[in-house]
Design a protein around this ligand. Structure first.
Ligand SMILES: NC(=O)CC[C@H](N)C(=O)O
Length: 208
């Protein structure tokens, strides 16, 4: 394992979705992990993971628990956030096919399309190049996955499928990925994120 992440306190937004899988990978990398459902819990973490699941349900729960504004504030304040699949949808400024009343948190300047590969049968796994994130390709599992249809200012495309569809982006401290790096027993994408968080925490301390 490359970094030492013991000093990092990582929140996983724990309303819905594959919370447990993310916790497993993050703890395996040595980070302290807490489930986040309340503003007080969000206030204790260095960074946040928004898991995969169902974005419309997650959105409802986020609003019901009074977490929409605190999460928007945290993103605006520069907190590193890593969203996978539904998590990417939650971070996006615009959901082109949002279901009625569905809102996102926004912050990540992209347009995203939900279920872009069709329905459940269109779950698949590929080996994906992620230059700048990992040296070798990562196994990427797509489950009713979204794609990024437009990237705005300051957004870097990290990975695209061979046909050009964008499946991973980064904008400052925000990392959004269409697939599920937490389900393959491969922790390299999380390790990359924790490396970014470590850098952020060091810079934040230096500026105080
Ligand atoms: N695996 C996933 O997170 C699927 C995302 C789901 N299709 C949504 O719209 O939220």
């Amino acid at each position: 394992m490359a970094g030492n992440f013991r000093h990092l306190r990582i929140g996983v937004l724990a309303f819905q979705g594959d919370v447990r899988e993310h916790i497993h990978v993050l703890e395996g990398l040595g980070a302290q992990v807490v489930k986040v459902r309340r503003p007080e819990e969000l206030g204790t973490v260095d960074a946040l993971v928004i898991p995969g699941g169902e974005s419309s349900v997650m959105d409802k729960l986020v609003r019901m628990f009074g977490m929409q504004q605190p999460l928007r504030d945290a993103i605006a304040a520069g907190m590193p956030v890593f969203g996978t699949c539904a998590g990417l949808i939650m971070m996006s400024d615009n959901i082109v096919d949002a279901i009625a009343e569905q809102e996102s948190l926004g912050g990540l300047h992209v347009d995203v399309r939900r279920n872009a590969f069709g329905t459940q049968i269109d779950s698949f796994e590929v080996q994906l190049d992620m230059p700048g994130v990992t040296k070798d390709p990562v196994p990427a599992t797509f489950i009713r996955a979204p794609i990024v249809e437009r990237v705005g200012e300051g957004v870097r495309v990290i990975s695209a499928l061979p046909d050009g569809r964008i499946v991973a982006v980064e904008q400052g401290n925000l990392l959004g990925i269409s697939f599920h790096p937490e389900v393959n027993g491969d922790s390299r994408v999380h390790e990359y994120f924790l490396g970014r968080v470590a850098q952020y925490v060091t810079e934040k301390k230096a500026s105080i």
